[in-house]
Design a protein around this ligand. Structure first.
Ligand code: TXA
Ligand code: MG
Length: 334
């Protein structure tokens, strides 16, 4: 991206327009976080419910005082360790952050993305950027500029192309406003990494139970393709049996998509391959980071091929595998 296009993207943002930009997690749809009208545009473009708050993106620590009212030692420690990176911290909000950004809450989510274009855009605009994922509400988050274009063409003035996103799933959202830290959404920074950095146990929202605050966004239908998603075993041999079983029992004429590891794909015979469309690789077995980076592309391809049934191979449910499994379960629930 040339300096000129960066300057025009920044000018659009300063004029209150939304701009799609790459981050290391997924593409974001950014607007000036301190401008209520600009933020309302984001909700209109995406068809997003107004009570689902936006994450504020910054490029330097000096901006924090515009966004959060307090900056506790734990936040500082985590920011030093994981920023720029896929970790969103939920903290008490500064008065200047409009309710449009926070969904009317007294808290705000903030993160520093680890992508040179995102950081350059935020710096050039000189603004904190409120940005949800740049998909239509209810679609999988976009991990390429093409995904954004397919969802939002004609609705926004500019899409910046930074290539495919490295992480491919949205950031970890960590609430620091309760007594102890709670993971509201698992993501690229793992529970294990957070526990190691903080030197204490970190709960997930499920473990914290009903009394715990939830990320409002987690209650909405999410990451859901048109087809029915069926998780299959992480074990290649077991997965192979499940694939054969589904191909035997599926309604005649119904298209079946498969997202699985290279090991599982290698076990398919020619007749099975001919019945499956697409046959999409999630990368090597026991490489959950690869599976995470590819999941949303695979789900979108399955939809494009109008698959009625989408078989998706599970990963381990720890480390970055937890984020993969969280999105897979949501996609399967619809
Ligand atoms: O990786 C990401 O986080 C991407 C990129 C663009 O940065 N953004 C993203 O935004 O995934 P979005 O809007 O699709 O998801 C934001 C999530 C939602 O589940 C929302 O409810 C939660 O973060 N969230 C934001 N602010 C919050 C707050 N103050 N309290 C609790 N949850 C919050
Ligand atoms: Mg989203």
């Amino acid at each position: 991206m040339s300096g000129e296009s960066l300057a025009s993207a920044a000018a659009l943002l300063r004029a209150g327009e939304p701009v799609a930009f790459p981050t290391e997690t997924v593409y974001g749809l950014g607007a000036n976080a301190l401008d209520a009208g600009a933020c309302r545009r984001i909700f209109a473009v995406k068809g997003r419910p107004a009570d689902n708050p936006l994450i504020v993106h910054i490029a330097g620590m000096e901006r924090l005082r515009d966004v959060c009212a307090v900056w506790p030692p734990e936040a500082r420690l985590l920011a030093v360790r994981f920023w720029p990176g896929p970790l969103t911290l939920v903290l008490p909000r500064q008065k200047g952050v409009p309710p449009e950004v926070t969904g009317g809450l007294d808290t705000v989510g903030v993160r520093m993305p680890d992508h040179p274009l995102a950081l350059a855009l935020i710096r050039t605009a000189g603004l904190p950027l409120a940005a949800p994922s740049a998909n239509l509400s209810g679609k999988p988050s976009p991990t390429t500029a093409d995904h954004v274009w397919r969802d939002l063409q004609g609705r926004i003035p500019l899409i910046m192309d930074g290539g495919p996103c490295r992480v491919g799933l949205e950031s970890t959202v960590l609430d620091l406003t309760a007594g102890s830290p709670v993971i509201l959404r698992p993501g690229g920074v793992t529970k294990e990494e957070l526990e190691q950095a903080l030197g204490k146990a970190v709960m997930t929202a499920d473990e914290a139970g009903e009394s715990a605050p939830k990320a409002p966004g987690m209650k909405y239908r999410h990451y859901a393709p048109q087809g029915r998603v069926m998780p299959i075993s992480a074990d290649s041999a077991a997965a192979g049996r499940q694939i054969a079983e589904q191909l035997r029992t599926v309604r005649p004429g119904e298209r079946v998509a498969l997202l699985a590891t290279d090991e599982t794909l290698a076990g398919l015979d020619a007749a099975q391959r001919a019945r499956l469309t697409p046959v999409f690789s999630l990368g090597g077995a026991r490489r959950p980071a690869q599976a995470a980076a590819r999941l949303f592309t695979g789900l979108r391809l399955a939809d494009e091929s109008r698959a009625g049934l989408i078989l998706v191979q599970e990963t381990e449910d720890s480390g970055v595998g937890s984020a993969f499994m969280n999105r897979l379960r949501k996609a399967a629930r619809g």
